[in-house]
Design a protein around this ligand. Structure first.
Ligand code: FES
Ligand code: MG
Length: 589
């Protein structure tokens, strides 16, 4: 529970009679746009609005408007709002990859929350990495914080069919490869999925991470699924603004909310919603910054056997508006609670327990949010894979299609395993250049590998493991090949991949030792992924690689790439900046 309220930290800036010159200097510049001395010295909590929206970040751009309602809520409850920008992270706009910027935005926000007169903060979250960046910073600083989502876009439609952001790209690419649509048709189809402001309307990384912000208890209940343009979004912004002021008065901090049990709830909910494979990276990162022990084994232990309840693309058929109308996170949580899958006694941002918030939540559309009896898949969690290729990687079981199961997992003597010939790409450019090259002789018994795509190899980690089959196989009707890599995969992709392999090739992982046309074996039941060569041969390859100076990856292009590469941890450990983890609760000491 929350500690006893203490003196507001903003008073150290604005009202410290023991140091009048500092107080005057802190105070005078905040008066120059019309705030009054009386307001700033009245003892009202000063609340930051961490603004992640901008013209550069369309997914979060609705926050420019929402912030006005957040501000009104803050004022209504007796606080003073100070809005400030967060380094933008637009998933679809940033080169070489938006994930590079998660830790940069984190660092920037830590400095702001620590170094300015803020008693609490509203974290405006949305597009994939904005949620973890903000949450990690709030965890490090540990001032009262509440998250508020931009909300998904409205549903996309094309010829009477729902088209989901991101997910449609993989489908459209196959249609173009098969000659069914041309370049213009391709662009039209892809753009149809984004009909309004907001973030991806699929169960991609954004809807996943925003649902998990709610699952962790870091938002008001029922807020994650509300589409960006809906009126409830504005009302929720206002309520969120009101609530943060009371959280400051109650001194309800991230460290009170983000307990091990809260993380376990998030893992269970992630399985039930069919959440993105990026979730373990980001959730583990938040856990590390708040000081909770959480690793991939916790994901398998808590999440593997949870059924898939949310029928949303890419694993299902519906989209964000439908998820909201069905009841969003509370309706999912209520069903999980009926089966004893969640901790009900954890405290959440509204001061109530998860049980009080969710237990009686109605499900208004049972085809969109299923029950355990009507679940879409029995086991929707991540299988953690290990072997001589890597120490840890995850596979999202909820996206294994019947076609894939038939093709690879139907040997009656060995139903959960398959062997294949490795096709190995070094980085996304190599893959794009070579995938359709007939000389690689790729067939439906091949396993596609990509390496050089982890946090160091492709700084931030590339979202490329979901590789498509070559055009000549697509034309033959082979829709997908097994993919393995040390990069990430878009949450909007439905490819059954083994990804986030740690350690990555660039950090000396076994993937660096793999050669083109090696035999590999993947065993989903045992959670093993191995190159089928002897230990002696493996050791000889390692020695040769070390003598050659290790696995080669591209040069740094920016100062930040160099800085991050020098101290970033692996995906399984949250891809955090290693030196940052020891800084905890820094506003409380
Ligand atoms: Fe921003 Fe999907 S690209 S949420
Ligand atoms: Mg993504």
């Amino acid at each position: 529970m929350a500690d006893t309220p203490r003196k507001l930290r903003s008073r150290e800036w604005f009202d410290d009679p023991s140091d009048p010159s500092a107080t005057a200097l802190y105070l005078e510049r905040y008066l120059n746009w019309g705030l009054t001395q009386e307001e700033l010295q009245s003892g009202k909590p000063i609340i930051g609005i961490a603004q992640t929206g901008s013209d550069l970040s369309p997914c979060n751009r609705p926050h420019i408007e929402h912030a006005k309602r957040i501000r009104e809520g803050i004022r209504e409850a007796g606080g003073i709002a100070l809005e400030f920008p967060v380094h933008p992270i637009q998933e679809t706009g940033k080169r070489p990859t938006a994930a590079l910027d998660r830790n940069l935005a984190y660092l920037g926000l830590v400095e702001i929350l620590f170094g300015y007169p803020l008693d609490g903060v509203v974290l405006t979250v949305g597009c994939d990495k904005t949620m973890p960046a903000c949450m990690m910073a709030a965890a490090t600083v540990d001032i009262p914080a509440i998250a508020f989502s931009a909300g998904p876009m409205l549903n996309g439609w094309y010829n009477g069919q729902r088209t989901g952001a991101g997910t449609i790209v993989w489908h459209a690419r196959k249609l173009m490869a098969a000659g069914e649509i041309d370049y213009k048709g391709f662009i039209d189809l892809v753009a149809s999925a984004s009909p309004s402001p907001g973030y991806c309307n699929t169960m991609g990384t954004a809807t996943t991470m925003n649902s998990l912000a709610e699952a962790l208890g870091m938002t008001l209940p029922g807020q994650a699924a509300i589409p960006a343009p809906h009126k409830e979004r504005g009302a929720m912004a206002y309520e969120t603004g009101k609530r943060i002021v009371d959280m400051v008065k109650e001194d309800l901090k991230p460290s009170d909310i983000l307990t091990k049990k809260a993380f376990e709830n998030a893992i269970v909910i992630n399985s039930a919603i069919g959440g993105s494979s990026n979730a373990p990276i980001h959730i583990n990162a938040i856990a590390r910054h708040i000081g909770v022990d959480l690793d991939l084994d916790d994901w398998e232990r808590c999440g593997l056997d949870v059924p898939l309840l949310v029928n949303m693309q890419p694993a299902g058929e519906y989209l964000g508006e439908d998820y909201h109308h069905a009841g969003g996170v509370p309706a999912v949580a209520a069903e999980l609670m009926r089966h004893g899958k969640l901790h009900e006694d954890v405290i959440t941002a509204n001061g109530k327990t998860a049980g009080e918030n969710w237990k009686a939540a109605p499900n208004r559309w049972p085809d969109v949010i299923r029950t355990f009896d009507t679940a879409l898949k029995e086991h929707a969690g991540f299988r953690v894979m290990k072997g001589n290729l890597f120490d840890a990687a995850v596979m999202k079981l909820s996206v294994i299609s019947p076609d894939f199961r038939e093709r690879y997992l139907s040997n009656p003597d060995d139903p959960d395993a398959f062997e294949g010939r490795a096709i190995v790409f070094d980085g996304p450019e190599h893959y794009h250049h070579a995938i359709d090259d007939p000389s690689l002789n790729i067939d439906e018994h091949c396993v596609l590998f990509i390496r050089g795509t982890g946090p160091i190899g492709y700084p931030g980690g590339a979202e490329v493991v979901n590789m498509r089959a070559p055009d000549y196989l697509l034309k033959k009707g082979v829709q997908e090949l097994p993919c393995v890599g040390d990069g990430r995969q878009s949450g909007t992709s439905g490819t059954p991949s083994i990804l986030n392999a740690s350690p990555e090739a660039a950090a000396g992982g076994g993937l660096a030792l793999l050669k083109m046309n090696d035999r590999v074996r993947i065993d989903l039941k045992k959670g093993r992924a191995d190159i089928l060569i002897s230990d002696e041969e493996l050791a000889a390859r390692r020695k040769a690689l070390e003598e050659a100076g290790g696995y080669k990856y591209p040069e740094n292009q920016t100062p930040w790439q160099e800085l991050q590469r020098g101290c970033v941890d692996q995906f399984s450990a949250g891809m955090v900046l290693k030196p940052a983890v020891k800084y905890r609760k820094i506003a409380r000491t």
